[in-house]
Design a protein around this ligand. Structure first.
Ligand code: SF4
Length: 214
């Protein structure tokens, strides 16, 4: 069983996969409390659903791309088996993780999108830095949600320290919704000379910031 907040089909809103049709399995619960969290509705509630039922619903949506997200999906032990079974069924599986739980036991066929929490999140001290050393340049992505210029400076420092331009498929710079001036961040990114990618959360521009299940 996994505790599930919602399963739905939409388009991928973030990462290099943005715009692709995707089935989302959003698991309930997260041990972190990022100040700007946009998924607080996943902290409580949810339904305990057998893995077989999750797989059945995913099959019904008929998308080749499946994202397991949360909350923090890796905080639930059975999530690891769910990921393995999705991979075995031949789906391209993305894992969106907040960076606190170790990714060591994630099925290697899945692609990791790993958050590094910046200072303005209030959760910087909980980053599991060993996750950065496990990133694979052919498939994994790392994401910095940036709420102010200090966060951007922090991201640059981490990129340099962990040589992320070589160890990841993409470095995503994502402005915290409603907090970071987009033009200011775009200018910073453009002038940085770094092989990073500024991204906006497509789904929020399409459906609005507070709509769930899209
Ligand atoms: S890790 Fe993600 S779900 Fe958890 S508090 Fe932070 S932003 Fe919200």
């Amino acid at each position: 069983m996994v505790r599930v907040t919602e399963i739905f089909r939409s388009i991928q809103g973030e990462s290099t996969h943005a715009g692709r049709p995707c089935t989302f399995v959003r698991l309930t619960g997260c041990p972190m409390r990022c100040v700007w969290c946009d998924s607080e509705y996943t902290f409580t509630g949810g339904e305990h659903v057998p893995l077989e039922e999750v797989l059945r619903q995913v099959r019904e949506y008929g998308c080749n791309l499946v994202e397991v997200t949360g909350g923090e999906p890796l905080a639930q032990k059975p999530a690891f088996e769910l990921i393995e079974r999705l991979c075995t069924e031949g789906y391209e599986v993305l894992i969106e993780t907040g960076g606190y739980v170790s990714t060591a036991n994630v099925d290697p066929r899945a692609k990791i999108i790993l958050d590094v929490k910046c200072p303005a999140s209030g959760e910087e001290s909980r980053n599991d830095w060993s996750n950065l050393k496990r990133l694979r340049p052919d498939k994994d992505e790392v994401k910095f949600v940036v709420a102010d210029i200090n966060d951007w400076e922090y991201a640059k420092k981490v990129i340099d320290e962990y040589d992320l331009t070589k160890s990841t498929n993409a470095i995503l710079i994502s402005p915290a919704w409603g907090q970071m001036d987009l033009k200011e961040l775009a200018e910073q990114v453009a002038g940085s000379g770094l092989p990073v990618r500024m991204q906006l959360q497509l789904h929020k521009y399409i459906w609005g910031p507070d709509v769930h299940g899209v």
